[in-house]
Design a protein around this ligand. Structure first.
Ligand code: PEP
Ligand code: MN
Length: 337
């Protein structure tokens, strides 16, 4: 149930609607837009007569939301969500780029990567310290030491940072060092982790699972938001299909689909989306052209020696070229970069 309040609704009128929703068994989520306050009533009750709310003072309109996700639905915030992190706004007019190695490997590597990322004009340094690897024998990440050296490198170069949290027990560490928490494809339906991430105050980026539908991705966001953390963004990183020419099939159409169904910012990941360094640039352009609010890409000072995902990782020259080209695409669709 969504109740949109009139532009001039008083706080007392808003409170009266909230109290009524609570009496009927709803949990109320409040979104304050530029013009209207929207009250999202989430609960098991579906057969309430919406006329009851439409008749209340200060109410503009009332909708029963038929989609299984409510808070992630575009109705909840028709104007769109802007996730603010430091001085960066994700979901606003400016395209945001997150870039860096797949994994933090050493102080020298992450320092050099941060320099390349900042020089290219990206705003956020990416890098995993806890790595979800298909094989237990592959490099598993540097853990807290990796987070510590990544934070220092990001700070030296005026960058924000994003890093993956694989398990709820790692949340305190990630919260200590990282500006944005990444929930990876393999954990998109780790409902316990999603709920715990909903209780923290830092933004969360959820990557689409390799076999997840857009609706399941939006329900993952709903888990986080239902616990009170509305600073959520989503990421298309490719899904598994019958195609083997690329590591994954980057579902570019998921970008406009999510933007239509939801108010949450959408990020494109052409690195995992293709698995191939030579395909990253065209798919980065495609993601921006399709309306992505940002990109997350893998770049390494020496990708052939990367400890993970080297084949899909750009070298410094390719990264600079990608930044120049996505800026041109952004400008062509009336977006700043
Ligand atoms: C990553 O960003 O390096 C990563 C492991 O991504 P995904 O969860 O999309 O595989
Ligand atoms: Mn990777």
């Amino acid at each position: 149930m969504l109740v949109v309040m009139q532009q001039d609704a008083t706080e007392a009128q808003i409170r009266a609607v909230i109290d009524r929703l609570v009496d009927l068994g709803f949990t109320v989520h409040r979104s304050t837009g530029v013009l209207h306050t929207v009250l999202g009533g989430v609960g098991p009750v579906d057969d309430i007569d919406i006329a009851v709310f439409e008749a209340m003072a200060g109410v503009k309109e009332c909708h029963r939301i038929v989609s299984p996700y409510k808070l992630a639905s575009r109705f909840f915030r028709p104007q769109g969500t802007i996730v603010k992190v430091g001085n960066v706004e994700i979901g606003g007019p400016k395209l945001v780029v997150m870039a860096g190695p797949c994994s933090v490997e050493s102080e020298e590597q992450i320092e050099e990567a941060a320099r390349i990322v900042a020089e290219g004009g990206a705003q956020i340094l990416r890098g995993g310290a806890f790595k979800p690897r298909t094989s237990p024998y592959s490099f598993q990440g540097m853990g807290e030491e990796g987070l510590k050296i990544m934070r220092a490198a990001a700070d030296r170069h005026g960058l924000l940072m994003i890093s993956e949290v694989m398990d709820a027990s790692q949340l305190p560490l990630l919260l200590k060092y990282s500006d944005i928490l990444q929930i990876g494809a393999r954990n998109m339906q780790n409902f316990n982790l999603l709920r715990e991430a909903g209780k923290v105050s830092k933004p969360v980026m959820i990557k689409r699972g390799i076999a997840a539908t857009v609706e399941e991705l939006l329900l993952a966001a709903e888990y986080v938001m239902s616990e009170g953390n509305y600073n959520v963004m989503l990421c298309e990183r490719g899904i598994r299909t019958f195609e083997t020419a690329t590591r994954n099939t980057m579902d570019v159409s998921a970008i406009p689909v999510v933007k239509k169904l939801s108010h949450l910012p959408m990020i494109g990941d052409p690195s995992h989306g293709t698995g191939r360094r030579d395909m990253v640039l065209p798919m980065a352009r495609a993601a921006v052209a399709a309306g992505a609010d940002g990109l997350i890409v893998e770049v390494h000072p020496d990708p052939d020696r990367a400890l993970s995902d080297g084949a899909q990782t750009l070298n410094p020259g390719q990264f600079a070229e990608m930044m120049a080209q996505v800026r041109a695409v952004a400008a062509a669709i009336g977006r700043a970069a």
